[in-house]
Design a protein around this ligand. Structure first.
Ligand code: SF4
Ligand code: SF4
Length: 826
């Protein structure tokens, strides 16, 4: 027990520091509340939320997803502090009341043993983390790309200073507690249930034990009171903010962007985020939940390939700015607008446009921050308010707006991919069991047309009653939405929702994960309720039910998980189950499943030049596949990189580094399965009537896969479709065979080069009429010449081609008036 004078001093100190700390906490709370109301519910299903927050916090499950050794030391500190909530309360009472907890009885033994053990573990944990942060400075974990925008506080070593203060506090706090416990045992005798305190007790004598107990008391509890004043603005606040973040975690899948209200009546309408206060409050909370671990930067494809984007720096910069505002008299927490735009301190415009929306940052973040959503909000503001965006996106926007596809090819040609095949439309076959959503890529891009052609042949061979929308199908608007162009997305999405609602599909099968995500998940925000599966899921069910039988091929095959199929929609097993049927030589990439590495196309990147960096994202990914297939893991001569997304296919097939490497074919799983099925069936399959009669009961598949993921499809097509399908119709020739350089043919990305030279080409590309690119399907075998170069429906804009934007400048985009009924807010 403390002497009376010290008791009074301690109480006064506690009241003083407590008041200052409370004021800090309150300002922090007000700063977070200064954010905008969030589009997603954050307080619904409270029991489930509470349970999730408790279990995630107490198991540290998200922390242990990566860096297991570091996570172990972090867990030592975390569990020590959880226990210390009780230990500190007991210690504080011991200073005012004459009692102590002896090591007798189960509770007393457990308490003293746990307090002793965790004191040691916390100490070990902190020392390990301090050594890592300060003695291993070469580690990339705490470094930022030289191009990354850093808040001035970060540049002035605020992170290191903060870490030092927090570490020192923990060492003083826990060390003092150990000193007090050791001194007590020096007076009372050793305790076998407190081995570390017993060890320390040898440093003291019964005569000086009381003095050191009091020193330990003040050191342990006084340091907490002193630290409380700094606590709200330190990184240590994450011990409260991380559980708070779990509690209000976004329930929607990561592939579903928050809904945006487009109220054009309102002059005051805020679209996207230009400043801190435009972000939803949960994303201001993110800044305080961030533990500054840089795990998100580690997995970010843009950051990894030398772009200026760092999702970690984004959160840390937000935190530094918020701290500045909270500790100043600016009045941000009282509603004053923040002084700087996000693009002035949080990230550069180039960084905002470098994001592929792969979601890796959000998936890996131990505190469930939503970095990607910040970036999309910034893009929304840039596009819909500021009119600042990479000029190359203009072509894709115009194409989507006028021709319902980003290539800008006339909608009349949407079925050109199926030439020579019998593919019924929904009007011809309104009772189809399966509606195949072809998507723009498979409709117009020669790389992807092979996938569509393979899929419909497989459906026919399996006797599936299917149809396509044909010319009624429009772009889903995925790329427009990821680019921040919510107006354009809404225009396309509403049209598709109306078309699909009228068509009443029983099941939609999509070959494009972006389409699958948009239709199956995002259209729900617009009233669309559609069941959509990826073609690999559906094909898996056909193979599992014996409707398709393949034969293992002599190829080494590896698989690239597309972000929008895997990470955003959780489809990992169906493609693998199919590939294990297709080959006995399936090798996994190191970065796979939820840890997959983006191909570089997502987030509308496919439609623009990659931002300047050290390498292309697709090069980085292709090299990994190439290394895996040729390093001895792949035993077969033929090497195949399998994909399940048309954009991944195009990126990985055309990535520049591929040219220097051993030949590796990039194929969709549907193409591979068709080859395998035809190989097993022999040429007789080529004459197999589409669906004239149920196929004979198959023998066991060469390598059985699991039970069907979805219901087996209907057996027969209606009579109208019972014509022989030329199943072996050759797929369209790849455009590389002609490879004319400028102007870039539709379906191909423009050649990547560092930003400086890239911008010189932007203006010319942006000035091209959107319908001029017709080479996408011009190599299709055809009986009559295809008229693919028809101009898009006349519009005022088409009469007056826009002048090219000056090189390097971003140009303002204005949506068609009909997009959302009125002119957008300028
Ligand atoms: S979504 Fe992907 S590209 Fe964008 S910041 Fe996160 S990790 Fe980087
Ligand atoms: S945002 Fe998450 S992953 Fe990134 S540095 Fe902060 S805590 Fe780590």
């Amino acid at each position: 027990m403390l002497p009376l004078g010290q008791q009074i001093a301690f109480l006064l100190f506690a009241i003083g520091t407590g008041c200052i700390a409370l004021r800090g906490f309150y300002r922090l709370y007000r700063c977070i509340r200064a954010g905008r109301e969030d589009a997603d519910p954050r307080f619904d299903r409270q029991p489930a939320r509470l349970w999730y927050a408790l279990t995630t916090t107490l198991t540290q499950s998200r922390t242990f997803r990566k860096r297991p050794a570091i996570s172990f030391f972090h867990a030592c500190i975390f569990y020590g502090f959880v226990l210390y909530l009780l230990v500190n309360a007991v210690d504080a009472l011991e200073g005012f009341f004459p009692f102590s907890i002896p090591s007798s009885g189960l509770a007393g033994i457990a308490y003293n043993f746990a307090a002793d053990l965790f004191s040691a573990l916390v100490y070990i944990g902190v020392i390990a983390l301090v050594m890592r942060r300060f003695l291993l400075p070469s580690r990339r974990d705490f470094r930022f790309n030289a191009k990354t925008l850093l808040h001035e506080d970060v540049r002035h070593s605020r992170i290191s200073r903060d870490s030092l203060i927090v570490s020192t506090f923990i060492l003083v706090h826990v060390g003092s507690r150990a000193v007090g416990a050791g001194a007590r045992l020096a007076a009372e005798g050793p305790d076998r249930f407190q081995p570390f305190a017993t060890l320390l007790s040898h440093l003291f004598t019964p005569e000086n034990a009381e003095f050191w107990r009091i020193v330990g008391y003040w050191g342990a509890l006084g340091s907490i009171l002193a630290f409380l004043m700094y606590f709200p603005f330190s990184k240590h606040i994450h011990i409260f903010m991380a559980p708070a973040k779990y509690l209000v975690a976004r329930a929607a899948p990561s592939g579903v962007l928050p809904a945006l209200e487009l109220n054009l009546e309102s002059e005051e309408q805020k679209l996207g985020a230009g400043k801190l206060e435009d972000l939803g409050w949960p994303r201001l909370l993110d800044a305080y939940a961030c533990i500054q671990c840089n795990r998100c930067q580690d997995v970010c494809p843009a950051s990894t390939t030398g772009k200026s984007l760092s999702p970690a720096a984004l959160e840390i910069n937000k935190r530094m700015e918020l701290n500045h505002l909270a500790q100043s008299s600016w009045g941000f927490e009282r509603g004053a607008a923040s002084p700087h735009p996000l693009l002035a301190f949080a990230l550069t415009p180039e960084a905002a446009w470098a994001c592929t929306t792969c979601g890796a940052c959000m998936q890996v973040c131990p505190v469930q921050n939503e970095q990607m959503l910040d970036i999309v909000d910034i893009r929304r503001n840039q596009i819909m308010i500021e009119g600042e965006f990479p000029t190359q996106l203009q072509s894709a926007f115009r194409g989507m707006e006028r021709a319902a596809n980003p290539w800008g090819i006339n909608q009349e040609q949407r079925m050109a991919w199926a030439q020579g095949l019998k593919v019924p439309t929904i009007d011809e076959n309104p009772n189809a069991e399966v509606l195949y959503w072809v998507g723009c890529a498979a409709s117009y891009d020669p790389h992807s047309q092979k996938t569509a052609r393979a899929l419909v042949q497989l459906l026919a061979l399996a006797g599936v009653n299917f149809a396509v929308l044909g010319k009624k199908e429009c772009c889903t608007g995925d790329a427009a939405r990821r680019a921040g162009n919510e107006y354009l997305y809404r225009q396309l999405a509403e049209k598709n929702v109306a078309t699909l609602t009228a068509a009443k599909p029983k099941l939609i099968v999509a070959t494009c994960p972006h389409c699958m995500n948009a239709i199956g998940k995002e259209y729900a925000q617009l009233g669309g309720d559609f069941k959509v599966v990826h073609h690999t899921q559906y094909l898996e069910s056909l193979v599992a039910s014996g409707k398709l039988q393949g034969e293992a091929m002599p190829s080494s095959i590896t698989y690239h998980d597309p972000c929008y199929l895997g990470r955003h929609n959780g489809v990992y097993d169906a493609p693998r189950n199919l590939l294990r049927v297709l080959t006995n030589d399936f090798v996994e990439l190191d970065r796979r499943r939820e840890n997959s590495f983006c191909c570089g196309a997502g987030g509308a990147q496919f439609w623009k030049e990659e931002e300047a960096g050290s390498e292309r994202i697709s090069d980085n990914r292709f090299r990994e596949a190439q290394q895996r297939l040729t390093s001895g893991d792949g035993r077969s001569e033929t090497k195949v990189l399998a994909v399940g997304c048309p954009f991944c296919k195009s990126m990985l097939e055309s990535t520049p580094c591929k040219e220097d490497k051993a030949p590796i074919a990039t194929k969709d799983i549907a193409e591979l399965l068709l080859e395998s099925v035809l190989k097993r069936a022999g040429q007789s399959a080529l004459q197999t009537p589409a669906t004239s009669s149920p196929k004979p009961a198959p023998e066991a598949a060469s390598q059985p896969i699991g039970s069907p993921a979805i219901a087996a499809p209907a057996e027969n097509l209606p009579e109208k479709a019972e014509e022989p399908m030329p199943a072996a119709q050759p797929a369209p020739a790849s455009p590389e065979s002609k490879a004319p350089e400028p102007p870039a043919p539709a379906g191909e990305r423009k050649k990547w080069s560092p930003k400086t030279s890239a911008v010189k080409r932007e203006s010319a590309a942006a000035a091209e009429p959107v319908t001029s690119s017709a080479t996408a399907v011009e190599d299709l075998p055809r009986e009559q010449p295809l008229n693919l170069i028809q101009p898009a429906p006349a519009s005022p804009e088409s009469k007056a081609p826009e002048p090219p934007a000056p090189a390097g400048e971003r140009r303002k985009w204005s949506p068609k008036a009909s997009a959302v009924k009125q002119e957008p807010v300028p």
